[in-house]
Design a protein around this ligand. Structure first.
Ligand code: SF4
Length: 369
């Protein structure tokens, strides 16, 4: 039904209208966000995506793994600022490629990043009120199982299902974790292991419209099997001076609106459709295309993936959202439909932590892990 060659062949107004109606039916006039802090646990990565500015080569002085004290400084700053989510972002398995990563991990007492990540999540749960949300890229079943008891939700951008983009000269060349089947496997394993899961598509890295639609369909297929996807991010590529794709064009607003609308129409209605508000000056127009969530917004830390793009102030976002007839409302990193203890999406300890955050006093609980 939606197989097309380019976005010029869509009736844009019809598409946006249908997508908005579907959003209104499922979500009403509420648009959500999660108040978070961002912890870049390591900026080393074994992959080298052509659009990435987050990653630093181990030869760079700024390549590092944050130690527990540095993590807790950020977490406490978030707590003082009323945040409820700590987003732990990290490059993929740098220890498999670089001695510097292995050496830093050894100094911290670990042999793998996932082992260290688990320790950090336990510390955050023990010493703060924040809920960990982990973006650690592709993970095996064992790794997901080890992280589930210490996280409220996990994420990994599917980005694309295009194998073409892994060929020489393309953005995912020589990136073992960007082979589409690896990411689809992780997405499915998250479902099998009942993890509330965030994924998404990256727009404008050279994928065709058909490939973009195929990525959305792959997400929907996984969700239909496991019912585990809570939100899908439609994220636009942003050129930066220090990346190999610095001269690549940014997707225009029409392309973003059509992709958001397609996501809303292809994906099950209970899945949130999200796009980062700091990556487009006219993000408020996304509300015309079926979007119902702005994702994580930090009042205190940068967007380390796009450090030149400041988060909007939450009150500004509230006002612009209202100008389109919607109410902005805060949510937790784990959506309400996954918070029922009996469904197995949260371990009892995480469920308890969620309940304490929902209490008006938001009491910090010690002795958690
Ligand atoms: S896998 Fe992620 S962190 Fe690593 S290079 Fe690619 S985009 Fe950057």
């Amino acid at each position: 039904m939606l197989k097309v060659l380019n976005h010029k062949s869509f009736d844009k107004n019809q598409l946006l209208l249908r997508a908005s109606e579907r959003r209104d039916t499922a979500w009403g006039k509420i648009v959500t966000y999660s108040r978070k802090v961002f912890v870049p646990l390591t900026n080393m990565c074994r992959d080298t995506c052509s659009y990435c500015t987050f990653v630093k080569h181990p030869n760079s002085k700024s390549a590092r793994i944050l130690d527990p004290d540095a993590v807790m400084d950020i977490v406490r700053l978030g707590e003082r600022s009323g945040c409820k989510e700590v987003l732990l972002s990290l490059g993929e398995k740098p220890e498999l490629r670089y001695e510097k990563a292995r050496k830093e991990l050894r100094k911290l007492g670990f042999s793998t990043m996932v082992g260290y990540l688990k320790f950090i999540c336990q510390m955050i749960l023990r010493e703060s009120t924040l809920l960990p949300h982990v973006n650690a890229g592709t993970l095996s079943e064992d790794e997901i199982s080890s992280l589930k008891p210490v996280t409220a939700s996990m994420g990994m951008m599917l980005e694309t299902v295009s194998r073409r983009l892994t060929k020489r000269g393309m953005p995912h060349f020589a990136c073992p974790d960007k082979v589409p089947i690896q990411r689809i496997r992780t997405m499915n394993n998250m479902g099998i292991l009942k993890v509330p899961f965030t994924t998404g598509v990256l727009i404008g890295i050279g994928e065709s419209w058909d490939e973009r639609i195929d990525a959305l369909k792959a997400i929907e297929e996984s969700h239909r099997k496991y019912n585990h996807i809570q939100e899908v991010i439609v994220q636009n590529f942003v050129p930066k001076p220090d990346i190999r794709m610095r001269n690549f064009p940014e997707p225009d607003q029409a392309e973003m609106l059509i992709t958001i609308a397609l996501a809303r129409l292809i994906l099950s209605p209970e899945i949130s459709i999200q796009s980062p508000p700091n990556l487009s000056a006219s993000h408020v127009n996304y509300l015309d295309a079926g979007l119902n969530d702005w994702g994580g917004i930090s009042p205190v830390t940068d967007d380390y993936i796009n450090p030149e793009k400041a988060w909007p102030k939450i009150e500004e976002l509230r006002a612009s959202t209202k100008s389109k007839g919607f109410l902005l409302r805060e949510r937790l990193t784990v959506y309400p439909r996954f918070q029922n203890k009996e469904d197995g999406f949260l371990t009892p300890r995480i469920a308890e932590h969620v309940v304490s955050l929902r209490r008006p006093d938001g009491l910090a609980r010690k002795q958690f892990c």
